[in-house]
Design a protein around this ligand. Structure first.
Ligand SMILES: Cc1cc2nc3c(=O)[nH]c(=O)nc-3n(C[C@H](O)[C@H](O)[C@H](O)COP(=O)(O)OP(=O)(O)OC[C@H]3O[C@@H](n4cnc5c(N)ncnc54)[C@H](O)[C@@H]3O)c2cc1C
Length: 474
């Protein structure tokens, strides 16, 4: 018998387990895969000696997260690496627009009216600092820093296209903003997509967009090491198929998405909550490529070699078209591609002189389309000669993604679409979205606020909800 069982060892499962263990509860973490980590895994996907991040690669949200800040990751082996610039965005004229480590430096790079507009948009957000980020990553009720959030909301509630056109003057600044907003995996003319562009670009210019030396698996291993040091057990290779299997714990936290919760609960869930889970919407899937290269990517714009992350997609209009396509069941002919070139800054990822590259684009949920050609064409467009360097490649579409991790339903890596409704009412309209109608059963995955990404805050909030209810009974 233990006080709590946590099912799933993604960042949110690990964060939930750590929060409970710190509060003195006995905890068992159960993971279906043979290794822990969920979306934080590093594997030899191509050739021996090449270490690839299967899922997460770049970690601004981890650096910003109050949960991660409360754990001494360095003591458990995590070393953050910052590339000189967080992000580069090449354009067809052979130049690149660059997100720098401060708002002032980004604005200076943009220059002229674009620079002034960028400064006016981001300087007040940077001045709000940690309070704003804390409020964004908070549980929805009661709202944290409501006045600050109301001010942020006047910009964040807009569509990315609307805000970019209204506040940024030139193509370069608009393209840079659109690439950040496209992490939403939503059509960029949808309400609140500006919030993604604002938050990610803000984090790049404040905390940075770092990568962990050795790969994202080191973050999972560090959290697991800390959890064990608190006296908790971790069991891998055990897929839970029903809540009935978890009768030896008073409290259960599930790092799973609504579809899996329905299956685990069987006929124990009914009524409004069951219907809300059935209606829950998953977003587009991803098609991902990892390459082993014989040399660094031969970017036409030299600035691209200063950044661990590179956004390929050209102008705001082009990126907007690409992000609209999956919502109409189509793949974009020139997809917006997110690229990470970790080995340029971390020599542990590949043999000397050789390199790893990680990239993906968004496709319709469950799509079986092979995007290899389209993604490589985007790389060739901004780095002619890229294909000549390819030693080996690994491809994973939505089907392989879901087989790798059952939380990626149809290849959706965010645990559900982050549209306006599901940004806050995730997965259902409840004061505490981490609770379920089942006594002692909580949801702690990215299908709860604040949603996708490696920040652990869904797990952290779910654990607080469990401790609040459990507090009176101990
Ligand atoms: C290609 C890709 C790129 C990404 N890039 C980034 C990035 O650069 N930065 C970033 O911050 N985020 C990134 N993400 C997103 C990030 O990885 C996820 O948002 C995050 O991992 C979600 O955490 P989670 O704990 O909710 O779930 P997950 O990390 O998905 O973990 C869920 C775990 O639960 C286990 N599980 C599920 N069901 C059961 C069951 N029934 N029994 C036992 N175990 C079960 C699964 O095996 C899995 O290990 C990326 C994801 C992908 C796929």
């Amino acid at each position: 018998m233990v006080d709590a069982i946590v099912v799933g060892s993604g960042p949110n499962g690990l964060a939930a387990a750590i929060a409970l263990a710190r509060a003195g509860r006995s905890v068992r973490l159960v993971e279906g895969a043979e290794t822990i980590g969920g979306g934080m895994r590093t594997e030899a996907l191509t050739l021996p000696g090449f270490a690839h991040d299967t899922c997460s690669a770049i970690h601004p949200l981890a650096l910003a997260s109050p949960f991660f800040r409360s754990v001494s990751l360095a003591e458990h082996g995590v070393e953050w690496i910052h590339s000189p610039a967080p992000l580069a965005h090449p354009l067809d004229d052979g130049t690149a627009v660059v997100l720098e480590r401060t708002v002032e430096a980004t604005a200076a790079g943009l220059g002229g009216r674009d620079g002034e507009a960028w400064l006016k948009l981001f300087a007040p957000l940077a001045a709000a600092g940690d309070d704003l980020v804390e409020a964004i990553l908070a549980a929805p009720f009661p709202p944290k820093h409501p006045l600050l959030m109301a001010r942020f909301g006047t910009k964040a509630a807009r569509s990315a296209v609307g805000l970019a056109r209204a506040r940024l003057t030139g193509d370069r600044a608009r393209a840079l903003f659109a690439g950040n907003a496209a992490h939403s995996m939503l059509p960029l003319d949808a309400a609140a997509t500006a919030s993604f562009g604002l938050v990610l670009a803000l984090l790049g210019q404040t905390v940075g967009w770092p990568l962990p030396r050795g790969g994202s698996q080191t973050i999972a291993d560090a959290l697991a090491s800390y959890l064990r040091s608190l006296g908790s057990e971790i069991e891998t290779g055990r897929t839970v198929t029903s809540l009935d299997e978890l009768h030896d714990a008073r409290t259960v936290l599930l790092d799973v998405t609504p579809r899996q919760l329905l299956a685990l609960a069987g006929d124990r869930l009914d009524g409004r909550y069951r219907r809300a889970l059935q209606r829950y919407r998953y977003g587009p899937g991803v098609f991902k490529l990892d390459w082993a290269l014989s040399g660094p990517i031969p970017w036409r714009a030299a600035e691209c070699s200063r950044a661990a992350t590179v956004h390929l997609g050209g102008t705001l209009d082009e990126i907007a078209a690409s992000e609209r396509a999956p919502w109409h069941g189509q793949t974009a002919p020139r997809p917006f591609v997110l690229v990470a070139q970790q080995s340029l800054f971390d020599d542990s990822r590949a043999p000397a002189g050789q390199h790893t590259v990680w990239a993906y684009c968004h496709v319709p949920n469950g799509s079986a389309s092979d995007m290899t050609e389209a993604i490589e064409a985007q790389l060739e467009r901004f780095a002619p000669g890229f294909r000549d360097l390819v030693l080996a490649r690994s491809a994973m579409g939505p089907v392989e993604m879901e087989a790798h991790n059952p939380n990626y339903v149809g290849g959706d890596i965010n645990g559900g679409a982050a549209n306006l409704r599901q940004l806050f009412l995730r997965p259902a309209a409840r004061i505490s979205p981490y609770t379920t109608p089942l006594d002692g059963v909580y949801l702690c995955s990215s299908s709860t606020p604040p949603g996708g990404g490696v920040h652990g805050m869904c797990g952290w909030h779910a654990a607080q909800a469990a401790l609040r209810r459990d507090g009176g009974r101990r």
